[in-house]
Design a protein around this ligand. Structure first.
Ligand code: GCW
Length: 688
């Protein structure tokens, strides 16, 4: 009996050991060969570099490889020069990045020619919206990896191991900063007991080149400092921030700085004291300046007034251009509303001439199916980064307006709102890991294509190769299984457009029910809720038509863009159809470019999105032979749910809008399978 029990435990352990849980991300254990490393320098970062190289080498057995710190004018920041036998860099971190790049190339079969790789942005940061009690705002992958509540501030070995794994994953894709707490910040994070934990996290992250940053609450001086005010121009308040910075830098000498959400969605800010965003940002920036710290001040501001919400950030910040101190960067979300499946770029990019601006992307899929829908975000970010702002004429892409190519900037940065939690696979959905990966890769090189990123990630994350021959000393050359790689990559690359199609095509936006931002609710507008938080504010559907008129005759949001974009968006004939209802309110029988009525076109888009998800299911089922069974079935289940959801989105939006269009759903597409009344009632039950 006892023997059988032990045997069972053994069998169970063996099984779980082999089970693929996704925890290793794109850094999977490999079958490697030995390598002789020549490296004279010594530092914790170099120790990691050497260890990674030894652990991951897939080149010729017994080859010699040189890691060398050497000043080279072509190399910028933590960039590096890579060739088949050596990596050179100006910094130890540059060497570590070079090692990760080399190993990635060895594993994906990408050529290793002599080349210099420099980062697009100086600071490549993940913003964790982690609350101190361990919950995560808009987090869909479990609780926080950093915080477990006020009774668990003591640092455990388990914490440290996880932070180290996190740091390694970040460093492997070039991320060099982490904001450890939610932008809806608790003042408590600046108290000494919490700062001690921040110090411990910083110590684990440091050898991997990751700086820690904190989101701070603007009212901290009064809430935890006991001052009568948090007025940024009050001398005592200034002194308080200075002392706080001093305390932090004593604990964390390389602390990165602060991120601030002020006068936005109920958060306190300088306007509570009759001061401007510049006054607020500068006071805090002055405090960290002696130590080289920065302040990332968010432009995500809008009030419940009559002005088009899409215009407000620009209106608020443009008059302040030139008033910010030189260690302030304005952090701007990619679109003017809020991380929707598709938005045109925010007009604040390419607008401010004297103030650096950094993009804020959302890796966590708040508005894109959360951890259930398979949506690869690189195509969305690529579309954004390549958007031309025309700041200095043609070719002034968002990428170039923010990475220092157009105007000399003291600091450049990019941030992504993390999708990471305590879930074993970190991100909830196996394919959500690709979004973490893509953010890091694009932050490092804002010219990369989504195709390349998807290709790399798939090769690193799955093993789409014939079974490895463990008897051979090397595993090269790698033959990628094209039956897996090609269709699965196509699915990833199409997935964002699919989500746009079944959620909100043709420029529609914010059609979500309630504050969950998951399912459809084009009808959702309960009494007492701010109107700019409700879908009818955004779609403006009535019997005459649908869409938000942002032309010169409407809110005139188009005027915030440079020419020729202003006229292009303003004119319904030249406005790209992907933004049609973002900028125009049009009659239901308006003829779109394909010769359809607007109503029919809308219907075909919703049907098209649903069809795409169904085709993803087929693609994935066919990929079965090439994927471990755990991840295969997890993705399969999630795709089933996504398909059901896409059907709900289609039915909900079409049946709701049909009340206004009073036109039939084209007879050659599928009939709805839900009733509008049921959808609305279920929705109401859910939010109650
Ligand atoms: O979109 C909204 C989110 C909030 C978030 C806010 C912001 C952190 O729904 O949860 O708060 O954006 O970016 O500040």
């Amino acid at each position: 009996m006892k023997v059988t029990f032990t045997l069972l435990i053994f069998l169970f352990a063996a099984l779980t050991l082999n089970a693929e849980n996704g925890h290793d991300l794109w850094l999977r254990a490999k079958h490697t060969a030995t390598v002789n490393i020549v490296c004279s320098g010594k530092s914790p970062t170099l120790t990691i570099a050497k260890q990674e190289l030894r652990q991951g080498w897939q080149g010729k057995a017994n080859a010699t490889f040189v890691l060398k710190k050497k000043h080279n004018k072509l190399i910028k920041g933590d960039g590096y020069r890579l060739s088949s036998g050596r990596i050179e860099a100006n910094t130890d971190l540059g060497i570590l990045y070079g090692v990760y790049d080399l190993l990635r190339r060895q594993q994906t079969g990408e050529a290793i020619t002599e080349q210099v790789e420099n980062p697009s942005y100086e600071r490549r940061i993940l913003d964790h919206w982690d609350n101190l009690d361990g919950t995560i705002e808009r987090g869909y992958a479990g609780r926080s990896i950093f915080w477990h509540g006020k009774d668990s501030l003591a640092v455990t070995e388990k914490d440290k191991k996880l932070w180290q794994e996190y740091a390694r994953a970040d460093a492997s894709i070039g991320i060099n900063g982490a904001v450890l707490d939610n932008v809806n910040a608790s003042p408590l994070v600046l108290t000494t007991e919490y700062l001690k934990r921040v110090q411990a996290i910083a110590e684990v992250l440091r050898p991997y080149g990751i700086k820690t940053y904190l989101s701070v609450n603007f009212a901290s001086p009064s809430v935890i400092g006991g001052l009568k005010t948090s007025d940024p121009l009050d001398p005592q308040v200034k002194e308080w921030w200075k002392n706080k910075a001093k305390e932090i830098y004593k604990l964390i000498p390389d602390f990165g700085g602060f991120l601030v959400k002020a006068n936005s969605e109920g958060q306190p800010g300088p306007q509570n004291f009759g001061r401007t965003h510049a006054d607020g940002a500068n006071t805090i920036a002055d405090a960290v300046k002696p130590y080289g710290g920065i302040v990332m001040w968010r432009a995500f501001v809008y009030s419940a007034n009559d002005e088009d919400r899409a215009k407000q950030a620009y209106n608020e910040f443009m008059p302040l251009d030139g008033k910010f101190h030189d260690n302030v960067i304005i952090q701007v979300k990619n679109g003017p509303i809020d991380f929707q499946p598709r938005e045109p770029f925010s007009p604040l990019f390419g607008a401010m001439k004297k103030t650096p601006v950094m993009p804020e992307l959302q890796v966590t899929q708040e508005y894109l199916g959360q951890a259930i829908h398979l949506v690869f975000l690189a195509p969305m970010w690529e579309e954004f980064l390549k958007s031309d702002t025309y700041q200095e004429g043609k070719g002034s892409t968002v990428a170039r307006c923010t990475d220092g190519s157009i105007s000399q900037q003291k600091h450049t940065a990019i941030a992504g709102v993390a999708n990471i939690g305590l879930d074993t696979n970190w991100c909830g959905h196996p394919f959500a890991q690709a979004n973490w990966y893509a953010f890091g890769r694009l932050a490092w090189n804002n010219q990369l294509s989504s195709d390349q990123i998807a290709d790399e990630w798939l090769k690193l994350t799955f093993k789409p190769t014939p079974a490895e021959d463990k008897t051979k000393s090397t595993v090269l050359p790698i033959v990628w299984n094209i039956n897996f790689l090609k269709p699965v990559k196509r699915m990833m690359l199409e997935s964002r457009e699919a989500a746009v199609n079944y959620m909100m095509p043709l420029g529609l936006h914010h059609l979500f029910s309630a504050n969950e931002h998951y399912g459809p609710g084009p009808w959702w507008a309960p009494k007492g809720v701010r109107k700019d938080w409700t879908p009818p504010y955004f779609h403006k559907a009535d019997t005459l038509g649908i869409g938000f008129d942002r032309t010169e005759k409407g809110s005139n949001a188009v005027s915030q863009y440079h020419e020729p974009l202003r006229s292009l968006f303003n004119n319904v004939n030249t406005c790209p159809e992907i933004y049609l209802l973002w900028f125009h309110h049009l009659p239901w029988d308006y003829q779109t470019k394909g010769g359809l009525t607007l109503w029919d076109d809308l219907c075909y888009h919703y049907q098209g999105g649903l069809d795409q998800v169904r085709s993803f299911q087929k693609t994935w089922d066919k990929a079965k032979p090439y994927v471990d069974k755990e991840r295969f079935s997890m993705v399969q289940k999630k795709l089933r749910k996504q398909c059901v959801n896409a059907q709900v989105w289609k039915d909900a939006c079409l049946l709701y809008f049909q009340q206004f269009s009073r036109m039939p759903i084209p007879y050659n597409i599928e009939r709805p399978v839900h009733n509008l009344k049921d959808l609305i009632e279920n929705d109401m039950k859910r939010i109650r």
